[in-house]
Design a protein around this ligand. Structure first.
Ligand code: SAM
Ligand code: SF4
Length: 319
């Protein structure tokens, strides 16, 4: 359906859990987070109820995210049930890739179409320092596994940060020479833990592009927020997503469902609409969601305010 600004809202991003098996420096505190009570988190059936109502309102793309979506017990079942809904054309996940290698085949059988794997460095030691826990080898094996299974396109999300991984830009470029993957560099956002490192770590993609004339701009994917580039002869592509310095609010087609059952019509707005209270009343659930979509804010104010207005953290929203 269209929001009050005429945008066609067809994409629902769902954080199925706020728990995670990593502690990325820009996302989660080192000590982890306070565990929510089970009753406070949407259960499988509750998430699916909201997906079904969303489908009736014109949502045709669903992405499961987290926290880490693959730590949710029934994620394969959720994907399977979602894939049976006629109106849903695309089901994807955003994952850190740690558990993906072992699960990818079952997830594909369940109906998963494609994956975004978050990977900020190709260096073992840096991987440990950015994720505080993770094992790079597992993520690289997951990427290979997804390519073998044909979960296409395999997209890699890389948050580029000055002083952490900006020196690896060329290593990532070189990966696209050999692998048919899409590496999407994402601007660090001043939200949650990201606020603490934002000023010293933010980096301008214009600066990077200026130093890499070998990158040729290619056509953007339909409804994608990334500006796409390629090196001649490479099997893969490069994308730049600049939510802060080059915002794409005018083309935003998303709403987000948090793991506690609120709708966030805009990632960087304070506004949240509680759907949990209407889970036993389909009419109220539908009308509340419809209104939330209609009232989606026009834009965020990150560039002027330098800080997100969101009261939820990225691990609660899912990116
Ligand atoms: N755990 C999964 C993962 O890491 O892919 C899914 C959830 S995670 C919150 C989704 C995406 O948000 C990841 O690609 C992560 O890099 C990104 N992210 C988290 N905090 C961010 C921040 N402050 N700025 C930019 N991206 C961020
Ligand atoms: Fe976990 Fe993803 Fe956040 Fe990293 S970015 S801590 S993997 S939720």
């Amino acid at each position: 359906m269209r929001d009050s600004h005429g945008r066609n809202i067809n994409y629902l991003r769902i954080s199925v859990t706020d728990r995670c098996n990593l502690r990325c420096i820009y996302c989660m505190p080192e000590q982890g987070i306070k565990k929510l009570e089970h009753v406070d988190i949407l259960r499988f059936e509750e998430i699916f109820k909201i997906v079904k109502v969303s489908e009736k309102l014109g949502i045709n793309k669903v992405r499961y995210t987290g926290g880490e979506p693959l730590v949710m017990k029934d994620i394969d079942k959720l994907i399977y049930e979602t894939s049976k809904l006629q109106g849903i054309e695309d089901i994807s996940i955003t994952t850190n890739g740690i558990l993906l290698g072992d699960m990818a085949s079952d997830l594909k059988k369940a109906g998963l179409k494609r994956v975004n794997i978050s990977l900020d460095t190709l260096d073992d030691v840096k991987f440990k320092s950015i994720t505080r826990i993770g094992n790079l080898d597992k993520v690289m094996k997951s990427i290979d596994r997804c390519l073998t299974l044909g979960l296409k396109p395999v997209k890699i999300n890389t948050v580029l940060m000055r002083g952490f991984n900006d020196t690896e830009f060329e290593d990532f470029l070189n990966l696209t020479r050999e692998m048919p993957i899409e590496i999407r560099f994402i601007e660090l956002m001043p939200i949650g833990e990201g606020i603490k490192i934002y000023d010293k770590s933010k980096i301008s993609f214009m600066e990077i592009l200026k130093n890499h004339p070998e990158l040729t701009q290619i056509e953007n994917e339909k409804s994608s927020t990334a500006q796409m580039y390629k090196i001649k002869g490479a099997k893969g592509k490069i994308g730049f997503i600049s939510p802060v310095s080059c915002k794409f609010c005018a083309d935003c087609n998303k709403i987000r469902l948090t793991s506690t059952g609120t709708i966030k019509p805009c990632l960087h707005s304070k506004e949240e609409i509680n759907l949990k209270q209407y889970l036993n009343n389909e009419e109220m659930l539908t009308n509340t969601l419809k209104q939330a979509i209609f009232d989606k804010p026009l834009e965020h104010h990150l560039e002027e305010e330098k800080i997100s207005r969101s009261e939820k953290m990225m691990y609660q929203i899912g990116g």
